[in-house]
Design a protein around this ligand. Structure first.
Ligand code: ADP
Ligand code: MG
Length: 218
């Protein structure tokens, strides 16, 4: 198994958000997560990406128990193994889009030349080459989202987590971005997990789970 989620619990204060979630994913499978607003989808994604610690249970990624890792080890793990496309765009306003896309490489101490080539190539594929020298406020929401995707996959993550990556795109761009995500993740042999409200999108994934009140209902 590539991903094993075992009886995971997570609360914020007195709010129980994840209440005993379990599922597994084999390498090469992709997963769609559905569920109403406030059901715990983003929280689940954060715990899979080791951005949030769980209260109880275990999360194993590629055999590694990330629930037991120390903070420092976890930060390294995130940098090397996880790509995250956030629901709300997180490009830093103080640097241009190229520098934003190169941020994980800089943080991880990678050779910038190689990663920059990859970023330029991805920008070309996603049609945002013209944005690279601009600052985030100078590009559209859809362009920001594609730049987010580039940043998330720049280091070839083994696990690619996307929180409603097409939430504010029209239907044509939604299909586009999802197709690109799937193609790219396949190309770099990454496991793709996407939170989506789009049933047609979800049905095209290998595996689909629906969450309600912090539990899997189907
Ligand atoms: P979804 O992504 O399915 O809309 P979330 O995982 O964002 O749901 O949130 C699930 C519940 O957890 C909501 O009730 C939300 O208010 C609460 N919640 C999420 N993050 C926090 C936080 N950092 N602090 C307190 N409550 C939170
Ligand atoms: Mg959410």
């Amino acid at each position: 198994m590539f991903l094993e989620v075992k009886n995971v619990y997570k609360s914020y204060g007195r709010t129980e958000v994840l209440r005993g979630l379990s599922f597994q994913l084999e390498k090469g499978q992709d997963l769609a997560i559905m569920g109403g607003s406030g059901s715990g989808k983003s929280t689940l994604l954060y715990t899979l990406g080791a951005l949030e610690r769980i209260d109880k249970g275990e999360v194993l990624v590629d055999g590694k128990n990330i629930s037991k890792m120390e903070d420092e080890q976890l930060a390294l793990f995130r940098n090397r193994f996880i790509g995250f496309v956030f629901q709300f765009h997180f490009l830093l306003p103080s640097m241009n889009c190229l520098d934003n896309a190169l941020l994980p490489a800089k943080i991880g101490g990678f050779k910038l030349k190689e990663i920059k080539e990859r970023v330029l190539n991805l920008a070309n594929i996603l049609g945002v080459s013209h944005c690279l020298k601009k600052y985030p406020y100078q590009v559209s929401g859809g362009e920001q989202q594609r730049l987010n995707i580039i940043r998330a996959i720049s280091l070839n993550p083994k696990l690619l987590l996307c929180d409603e990556p097409t939430g504010n795109l029209d239907s044509k761009n939604t299909t586009n971005v999802l197709q690109v995500l799937r193609n790219l993740s396949e190309e770099i042999d990454s496991t793709l997990i996407v939170v989506t409200h789009d049933a047609a999108v979800a049905n095209s994934f290998h595996k689909k789970i629906t969450i309600e009140d912090g539990q899997i209902i189907s």
